[in-house]
Design a protein around this ligand. Sequence first.
Ligand code: SPQ
Length: 429
Amino acid sequence: MSLFKLDSKVKRLSGEIVIPGDKSISHRSVMFGAIAHGMTKVTNFLPGDDCLSTISCFRKLGVKIEEKDNEITIFGRGFDGLSEPTEVLDVGNSGTTIRLILGILAGRPFYTSLVGDQSIGRRPMTRVTEPLMRMGAQIDGRKNGGYTPLSIRGQSLTPLLYELPVASAQVKSALLLAGLQAEGESQIIEPATTRDHTERMILHFGGEINKSYRTITVKGGQKLEATNVHVPGDISSAAFFLVAGAIVPESNILLKNVGLNPTRTGIIEVMKAMGAELEISQSDNLAFEPFGDLRIKSSGLKGTIIEGDLIPKLIDEIPIIALLATQAFGKTIIKDAHELKVKETNRIDTVVQELTELGAKIEATEDGMVIYGPTPLTGGRVKSHGDHRIGMMLAIASLISSEEVFLENAEAISVSYPNFFTHLNSLKK
Ligand code: SPQ
């Protein structure tokens, strides 16, 4: 296990960073490129480990994909262009890859087996496999198709009317991808709005999809046409620098090309409520995925309550928001966030354990955490637990730590942000 010495007691951060491509949109660009007809060019693709797993799975399904720096070209031949793989598909650490690909494979008339790493082996799949089986797909796996390894044999699918039991964009997306192949119209009802990148992709690739309040309707048998996709920067990656800029004294950072899809901007709402000096300086709201530049300066912060429908809009930012809260005056309460328990790690436990190690006052609750601030952070030996977002949160925590911080398994960060440390170091003045 590698041990990485992080920089502590950093005086200020300044400069600008162009935020790398969005992970969720990069995955979907490969998938839609593969199931559409024709050549799809994707620019600003994120070459993180998770998205590379998606490329590798689609190559095994017979799709030609060319890669050059951050540009990829996918030669799609429609759903029917996918072929039975001769090898097992390995999704690595990526929940998005396995859950969405199951939706595609549910309607393909061949056999596929799927595996992932140890973390994937702990993540629940029944939420996707059960409704897909209801549509007609044959799926098996550990614990009755609840966990990897999984096998799937696609079938002709019947449409589905389904109320999602959890607010999950991955489950919604898997069902929409299956719905595109069903014989008739499917309706998916969300308990709260989750990221809508799949719905936007369907429209962008010339398909039809309708949303009325929280009910999404999609027709089967649609033919999607190839197009070009420009991936905006990932707000979930920008979040680490937003918090760094807010908590490291005298900082002033410009983050360029950040995706501002309103289903993902919960962190902006929360930081503003906490008193952060955060400005959106230039934005394009007309793009198929809106984006803009964000400027963050350090400032005093106050505690807040984060709950309800806001949670899906910032679910992946909760580890870094917890760090922010350690530096805010008063109490911050995060609730309704049970879903944190089934991410790459149980992020309630890993956040509380690692921030406690650095001297934070933080308590786990059944569905979130409570943080008391402001608390100076000390130092110590901390662990990413193989979770990219925990690793990056700890690297930002070390910037304000008064003593040395050593991080175990920093490599996990390459899942979503391969050049994270290069960007961070470029801001240290
Ligand atoms: O892909 P993976 O491993 O599930 O990644 C995470 C992350 O932190 O990067 C979650 F662990 O993001 C998910 C996110 O939490 C990506 C995602 C998507 O692209 O649709 C949706 C969210 O998951 P869910 O389960 O709420 O649908």
